[in-house]
Design a protein around this ligand. Sequence first.
Ligand code: PLP
Length: 352
Amino acid sequence: MKKHNFFAGPAILPAPVLKQAAEAVTDFEGMGLSILEISHRSKPFVAVLDEAESLVRELLGVSDEFAVLFLTGGASSEFYLTAMNLLNEDETAGYIDTGAWSAKAIKEAKLFGGVEVVASSKDQNYNYIPANIEVPSGLKYLHITSNNTIFGTQFKEWPETDAPLVADMSSDIFSRRLPLEKFGVIYAGAQKNMGPAGVTLVIVRKDLLGKVKRELPSMLDYRTHIAKNSSFNTPPVYPIYVSMLTLRWVKEQGGVEAMEKKNEAKAKLLYDEIDRNPKFKASVEAGAGRSVMNVCFLPTNPDDLEPFVEAATAAGCVGITGHRSVGGFRASIYNAMPIESVQVLVDVMKNF
Ligand SMILES: *Cc1c(COP(=O)(O)O)cnc(C)c1O
């Protein structure tokens, strides 16, 4: 039985994407070769890379002011690369601390320059997005985690600041429209909402680069990868290919605007049941920045934890156990998750 996949990441991919991805492993576009055994400099792969970039640009409305890169090292490497490439030792960047991933980004940035944590929701185990944040002026950039995968919170409004935003969008990239003019860097590990693990998308405003005094190793300098079109070294060919197929699928679905509507409908279906059903309670209050991607909830009676996971599993719903730092349940309902699967989970809740 095909499962309803609520895992947080690596996560669900669209069924037609998996089918095409599987075919390309044995015969890529009728070449008589696997995608896994061709050169990253071959014409067919360069075409994949070009299409992936133009889909990113088209879906998010990314202008030529920005470079679009496909790198390795995960979002975790971007925690230090963003600071290393943008922040001088005598400058200060602002960080909003909304969860474990933000905290990691803060730790890495401190290796390279001044870090001011301008707001934090750590006091309540990160179960809300700070409101009315007063951001000081003159920061080099302001770093946010747009969607907090573990805690189920998401920025609904972008903080007011005169600095460019640097955003970790690993778990909500391509889930909604973005005002690109507010951003200096957007980065995302692919494995939640864009493709398989192994590639990291980085969208970076080119005029912000080349301003740090430190020497940068070639591989850690965004400018290297811009100059070489993400092929300075061998890029992660297969993860890029599968991400490209996923972006094609997003486009076929009507683009990011259509995804946004579907994602809101899916999240509403689930939150409405959580709020209605006395057996459950939401981890994040309405209005506190409930994530449309990762829906975290708790059993009213802690003894219901195991039985509910069992009931969900019996209905084919997998991956709903919450992160150990939050407990309870977490249903990740990324772009590729059909509303029919969310309905299956909601029916399990109703009958529980
Ligand atoms: C998963 C995740 C990360 C870590 O990504 P890696 O690619 O494993 O380094 C970082 N930030 C957020 C918001 C995530 O969800």
